[in-house]
Design a protein around this ligand. Structure first.
Ligand code: ADP
Ligand code: MG
Length: 430
């Protein structure tokens, strides 16, 4: 198992790993014993997934891993700080190995962003700094900024290129403040050659993290180190982002990723099929590209579905099979009024309430679902969507979308409920 962890997650490995003892497996749970609770905390916090992966690889079956501690002797226990201090930032997110420039298809929707990303990889810190890329979900932000990391690491393996999500930055910051380890935090981030933060819209409403990020930003850019950021909207539209950060983000290059056109969608389908070793005839490529025009993630989803269906039914991928597989994924144009009508009838509210200013939860929750679906299913801008709901502004729509996205992860019944509404909307003729 240690060999596996060393090979696949080298940055997690600590010298004391050799003292860990697997004490047994019971009902699919392997217990790994650490010598003290600081070690066990480190393991629980950073290494659980890596150990599970390693145990499964070693045993060839599905097991999970739990950590426990032997006889505690407080005198010998090293403090957390010593264990955590040398943690490089980049270890926490591994790059997706497929998110490279080679696998990134370009078209009119992303040409500028792609060209800028290339230029930055060739000469980080000097061309466009910061580089801010924005676009709606599934349009390739993460892919593009990880491609820059891959290219930089390949050209210069010693470069300290740190890719993290905004959430990790803020969590790491909060934790460091709580543990009195702010100096290590600063050392970690301000020492990066390239700092890449994905989904910075999550900095919204995190005042102290914004303040800290502002200083990190200044330190890095002053010494010509590269900063790369992504978000689901341009800097000025990130709700409650401090003005000084908006102007910093705008000071380099702000590039936009648009929805892909038909030809680009076809090229993406071909590329993804090749990567997954799926044989897909040209007429099916056309069919999928025609059907799925929302975003690149949905295109991939369609391809996976098609492949799974062809395997379970032992049929080759044909236009007929595609029709069957994607029947429910059609993307006929949808109107906001249809969404409102369907939501009103399935959630027992009046359309006029959805458009009103009433804030009672019985009304505001369905209203947020409408806004969420309007953003997912139509091509309208945030302002335009807000217009349907009593002239609300774009930040309200953005907030609604984020809130429902979050609830989808925590409320067990919500995904099915929204899926039902979505399917009814799709089958209602406007
Ligand atoms: P975002 O971060 O904008 O939500 P991702 O970067 O995660 O989107 O992309 C979603 C999926 O679509 C990924 O599998 C990614 O590889 C694919 N994808 C997006 N844009 C492209 C592109 N231009 N070429 C090839 N694949 C793409
Ligand atoms: Mg992303």
């Amino acid at each position: 198992m240690l060999g596996h962890v060393k090979l696949n997650h080298p940055s997690l490995v600590r010298g004391w790993f050799t003292q860990l003892i697997p004490t047994g497996i019971d009902q699919g749970v392997m217990i790994v014993r650490a010598s003290n609770s600081a070690q066990s905390r480190y393991l629980v916090k950073h290494c659980r997934d890596a150990f599970i992966e390693a145990a499964q690889a070693a045993l060839g079956r599905l097991v999970t891993v739990e950590f426990e501690v032997t006889q505690e002797s407080p005198a010998q226990e090293p403090d957390d700080e010593a264990i955590l201090a040398f943690r490089p930032v980049a270890e926490t997110i591994r790059l997706n190995e497929h998110f490279t420039f080679d696998n990134f298809v370009t078209g009119p929707c992303n040409r500028l962003a792609h060209a800028a990303a290339r230029a930055i990889s060739d000469d980080p810190g000097r061309t466009y700094n910061p580089f801010f890329v924005h676009g709606s979900v599934g349009l390739g932000k993460t892919h593009l900024i990880q491609a820059i990391c891959h290219a930089i690491r390949e050209a210069n393996p010693d470069a300290k290129c740190h890719y993290i999500s905004c959430e990790m930055f803020t969590n790491d910051f909060i934790e460091s403040v709580e543990n009195g380890a702010l100096h290590q935090f600063r050392y970690r981030y301000r020492n990066a050659d390239i700092l890449v933060i994905d989904d910075v819209q999550f900095l919204a409403a995190r005042e102290r993290s914004q303040e800290e990020f502002f200083h990190t930003f200044n330190t890095l850019t002053q010494s010509q180190r590269q900063i790369i950021l992504s978000a689901d909207c341009p800097p000025p539209e990130i709700p409650s982002l401090e003005e000084r950060l908006v102007s910093r983000f705008n000071s380099g290059l702000v590039a936009f990723l648009d929805r892909p056109c038909f030809e680009t969608r076809m090229a993406i389908i071909r590329k993804k099929a090749k990567l997954r070793c799926i044989e897909i005839p040209e007429d099916v490529v056309r069919f999928v590209a025609d059907r799925i025009d929302t975003n690149n993630r949905d295109i991939e989803g369609a391809l996976v579905k098609l492949d799974a269906m062809s395997q379970t039914e032992s049929k080759p991928i044909t236009a007929e099979l595609a029709q069957e597989a994607l029947g429910t994924m059609s993307t006929r144009p949808v109107s906001v009024s249809t969404i409102m009508e369907v939501v009103a009838s399935s959630m027992n509210v009046k359309v006029s309430d959805l458009q009103s200013k009433r804030r009672a939860k019985s009304v505001s929750h369905p209203r947020q679902i409408c806004m969420f679906l309007a953003r997912e299913l139509t091509t309208l801008s945030l302002e335009q969507i807000g217009g349907y709901f009593g002239g609300r502004d774009h930040t309200t729509v953005l907030h609604a979308h984020r809130n429902i996205t979050k609830l989808l992860e925590t409320e067990p019944d919500l995904p099915t409920q929204i899926e039902e509404i979505r399917s009814r909307v799709r089958h209602t003729t406007n």
